[in-house]
Design a protein around this ligand. Structure first.
Ligand code: FPP
Length: 246
């Protein structure tokens, strides 16, 4: 088990590799997404049991709308079934559901169940499960910028009042700590428009394991790796060791 005193507070995951996993077995991509839901359940359970504060999962990007209509429909269906089947468990386990991204672009049925689940779990004080849906980081940053520009244009805000804190508070992740650890499965080493502002100082962990094969052991391995790292936030290694000894 990982060292409880140095757990990441917030873990963010790019769940990649569902399509390849299915193709390797000669199956359609959707079979990979279905298997991916099982990994979601396992990782959520593990994060909750460890006492991690927040888990952000990149479930659907702004770019994913360009996939074939049948795949988009299938993913929306899986999301809906997942939410319907997990509500009782979320309530029992104090999981609070949140989202980031433009959920108004999702089909009305999915949006409704998301909003209902968020309302019902809003008071839960265990794991915050943050689903990135119709999410793109550049889109999120632009929305925040437009909002602040409007405030300034209307005279309610002076440009010099725009600090990192004020800007961060306009993002969809407002109120969440920045991720300490970002995991990407599936072998690619890129960020794919995910939390570009929030990941500025995160530790990045890339694994070749395809998302449907990613389970408890892999999640614990990523956390173990994170715990070996020295986070310097621009300082020197000596400064950090001195601070740890204080
Ligand atoms: C990337 O794999 C994965 C996605 C675009 C969707 C992730 C969705 C799930 C895991 C299931 C639904 C989520 C929830 C929260 C219930 P890919 O299709 O790009 O894989 P590939 O790179 O191998 O083609």
């Amino acid at each position: 088990m990982p060292d409880q005193s140095r757990l990441p507070r917030h873990v963010a995951i790019i769940m990649d590799g569902n399509g390849r996993w299915a193709r390797q077995q000669g199956n359609p991509r959707i079979i990979g997404h279905q298997a991916g839901v099982r990994s979601v359940q396992e990782v959520v359970k593990c994060a909750r049991e460890l006492g991690i504060k927040a888990l952000t999962l990149y479930a659907f990007s702004t770019e994913n709308w360009q996939r074939p209509g049948s795949e988009v429909e299938n993913l929306m269906g899986l999301l809906q079934t997942y939410l319907e089947s997990q509500l009782d468990k979320m309530l029992q386990n104090q999981v609070q559901l949140r989202t980031c991204g433009r959920i108004e672009r999702l089909p009305p049925k999915v949006r409704q169940i998301l909003e209902r689940t968020m309302a019902k779990t809003a008071a839960n004080d265990g794991l915050i499960l943050n689903l990135a849906l119709s999410y793109g980081s550049r889109d999120e940053i632009l929305r925040a910028t437009r909002h602040l520009a409007l405030e300034a244009a209307q005279g309610r805000l002076q440009p010099e009042e725009i600090t990192e804190e004020l800007f961060g508070a306009q993002l969809d992740t407002s109120g969440l700590p920045d991720p300490d650890l970002m995991i990407r499965t599936g072998g690619e080493a890129r960020l794919s428009n995910f939390l570009l502002w929030q990941l500025s100082y995160s530790e990045l962990y890339f694994t070749r394991v395809l998302w449907p094969d990613f389970g408890r052991e892999d999640f614990l391995a990523a956390i173990g790796d994170y715990q070996q790292r020295q986070r310097r936030f621009g300082r020197t290694g000596e400064q950090i060791s001195d601070r740890e000894q204080e």
